[in-house]
Design a protein around this ligand. Structure first.
Ligand code: MIC
Ligand code: SF4
Length: 643
């Protein structure tokens, strides 16, 4: 039997384990990336490991999330990261140089390589044929130190594309279509490989849009073959030597095959508050729109921006709409300027923001109260825009422009014929905003800049055989890390200050949580299915750890969050019978009994000490995970010389 493309890359990087779905595998990691919101913590963790220099082929530290600098906090953290990068052998992508995933695709990504990043949208690199995975900061720190990255061997799904996208229908609509089919949990435990004749019609940036949003399916990663289209992209980036042709074997077997006819797709839109809440744009025609935001790591490539500029050219946006445009990188922005497209954007009345995540993570540009905002982003979780009642819809750049011009949701296909847009043969290459590390000799002498916003991070607890703690919070299905540890302009600058962040933990669900948890000393949280979906932020584990959460019991977990809980020394336990979720109520006094024997048997019992109600919980941990949990977290495990 042949291998899928992902299986081939896994096989080439396998440190331990077997290519058997469900078993634990360890991968050698060629490249890492961090962004500043997760990076500060990752580098603090890396520092404690005492490794003199990163041991990957290439590691890059990006600054793209926290660029408001409304106080000293961000500026200090940026200087800290810059000094770490210089000393420890990383490239440093300066603030303003662009969004990590866009820049990595342009300047560093290589087909066939493994990449992990402390950001859940790292699979964007799958657009160029990499096996790219999102991970917690601590896992990235370990990989920078030369350690392997451990995951559960995923199942293999294939999406077979036929046909060709029609004008005004885009890669974003493909992403929304697969979300409509599979839902936000449909990709959990799987790598999604995109293939079929239709793939050849998609450019690398379009493939990257699709790979990027595979994260919203809960998928471990998404990947495209590396073919002639990939070669042309790398050539245009002056990196043809990085090209290798890669494809799955003809007789590769998949656990599931999904067919999508590109020619039959229509413009789609995801409604509040979930990326899988997808309907056709046509069905919402006429709904008044207050705000439109174009950008994010999903839709900020030169191709997207050139289309936007061409559609805006000679027109002025609707007086009731505020439009923001954030190009994905300095390369994109300067090429827009050189060809005059930027002038068309400015003339339309758009507000041009810097090349960063910006509104996508609530760093400014929140909508008005109850406002309808159409965004070309990948997530529309509740409260993420910075406004609790903001009505956020996810759309393609074409649909975004149509709404910005008309003031209402409009099928872009009704706007006349599609303007001619041509991609230049060569990208403009200017890497002066990417600072290389110091040479080894010089590096030894360098010191690290540290601002007062950097506070010690919490230590995990050595596991005891019994945990007795109140059920401090019970939440429903699809709780995101934006619920557990919100971001946004007011909070994001404190990512290196866990005590400060802790006040906001679970604030979207229950404003009293932090105070109650701290008063309880230690506690247990119960969640529904797909608990912890969304971002890779390990803060959604470190902050609960700081507040005394010892175990999270859920119907199921999102992959990266479950790993982050284990890394922090918090038990992620799953109901054997999901109906047992109903048995417990907030305030119950819970006991987790005989944990050590239970871990070996794969099951522990949770009892309500007052009523005697009990539930069997699955704890199917690997030997490595058991050791990490018993010691109180990955840092302690690594500190004992384990990799
Ligand atoms: C996101 O899109 O939610 C983020 C902000 O990029 C996060 C990382 C973070 O919380 O810092 C992610 O996707 O992992
Ligand atoms: Fe940045 Fe948004 Fe992409 Fe996250 S999803 S990396 S916040 S642009």
């Amino acid at each position: 039997m042949g291998l899928t493309l992902a299986e081939k890359i896994i096989q080439n990087h396998l440190v331990s384990g077997e290519l058997k779905p469900g078993s634990e595998i360890a991968l050698r990691i060629d490249q890492t990336l961090t962004q500043d919101a997760t990076g500060t913590m990752a580098y603090l963790e890396f520092e404690t490991m005492g490794v003199p220099r990163v041991r990957t082929e290439c590691s890059v530290a990006y600054i793209d999330h926290n660029t408001l600098q409304s106080g000293f906090e961000n500026a200090d953290d940026h200087k800290f990261i810059q000094s770490m990068a210089k000393k420890y052998g990383l490239y440093f992508s300066r603030p303003g140089n662009g969004i990590c995933h866009q820049v990595h695709l342009e300047r560093f990504g290589k087909p066939g390589k493994t990449l992990i990043g402390s950001d859940s949208h790292t699979p964007t690199g799958g657009g160029i044929g990499m096996l790219a995975l999102g991970a917690g900061g601590l896992d990235v720190a370990v990989a920078m130190g030369g350690g392997a990255y451990f995951i559960t061997m995923p199942k293999m799904y294939k999406v077979n594309l036929t046909g060709k996208l029609r004008d005004f229908v885009t890669a974003k609509d493909v992403s929304l279509e697969i979300l409509r089919i599979l839902s936000v949990k449909g990709g959990v435990g799987a790598i999604i490989e995109w293939g079929g004749e239709g793939v050849k019609t998609l450019s690398v940036p379009e493939r990257a849009t699709i790979a990027n949003m595979g994260t919203e399916l809960g998928a471990t990663s998404s990947i495209f073959p590396s073919d002639e289209v990939t070669r042309q992209f790398l050539k245009a980036q002056g990196r043809e030597e990085d090209f290798v042709a890669l494809a799955s074997d003809e007789d590769a077997e998949y656990d599931r095959v999904i067919d999508i006819d590109l020619s039959a797709l229509k413009p789609l839109i995801a409604c509040p508050h979930s990326p899988d809440n997808v309907v056709t744009v046509e069905s919402l025609k006429g709904k008044k729109v207050d705000q439109v935001c174009i950008g994010s790591c999903t839709n900020s490539s030169l191709w997207d921006m050139l289309k936007v500029a061409a559609l805006l050219k000679g027109k002025v946006i609707h007086p009731e709409v505020s439009l923001s445009i954030s190009p994905g990188s300095k390369q994109v922005l300067s090429m827009l300027a050189d060809c005059g497209a930027l002038s068309d954007i400015i003339a339309s009345g758009a507000r041009v923001l810097e090349c960063a995540c910006g509104p996508c993570i609530g760093m400014g540009f929140s909508p008005n109260s109850g406002g309808v905002s159409l965004r070309t982003f990948n997530r529309n979780f509740e409260g993420r825009s910075g406004v609790a009642d903001g009505q956020i819809y996810l759309v393609s750049p074409e649909t975004a422009v149509a709404a910005a011009l008309t003031g209402e949701i409009t099928d872009p296909g009704t706007m006349g014929s599609f303007p001619k847009v041509e991609m230049p043969k060569q990208f403009k290459i200017d890497d002066r905003a990417i600072l290389p590390p110091a040479a080894e000799d010089e590096a030894k002498e360098l010191s690290i800049f540290r601002g007062p916003n950097i506070k010690p991070f919490p230590e995990g607890h050595v596991l005891e055989d019994e945990i007795k703690a109140p059920l401090i919070l019970k939440v429903g299905d699809n709780i995101t890390t934006d619920h557990i540890m919100p971001a946004g302009a007011k909070i994001l600058p404190y990512r290196s200050n866990i005590p400060f962040l802790s006040q906001f933990c679970f604030g979207v669900c229950d404003k009293t949580f932090a105070e109650r948890a701290q008063a309880a000393g230690q506690s247990i949280v119960i969640g529904g299915s797909n608990y912890g979906q969304g971002s890779s932020r390990e803060h959604a584990a470190l902050v609960p750890l700081y507040l005394g959460v010892r175990a999270v019991v859920a119907k199921s977990f999102a992959r990266i969050h479950a790993a982050n809980l284990i890394n922090a020394g918090i038990l992620p336990l799953t109901f054997e019978n999901p109906k047992d979720y109903e048995l417990f109520s907030q305030g119950d006094g819970l006991i987790l009994q005989d944990i050590f024997a239970g871990m070996d048997a794969g099951k522990v019992t949770m009892v309500d000490e007052n009523t005697g109600k009990r539930a069997v919980l699955l704890c199917d941990f690997t030997e490595r995970q058991k050791k990490i949990l018993k010691l109180g977290g990955l840092l302690k495990y690594v500190g004992q010389g384990n990799k």
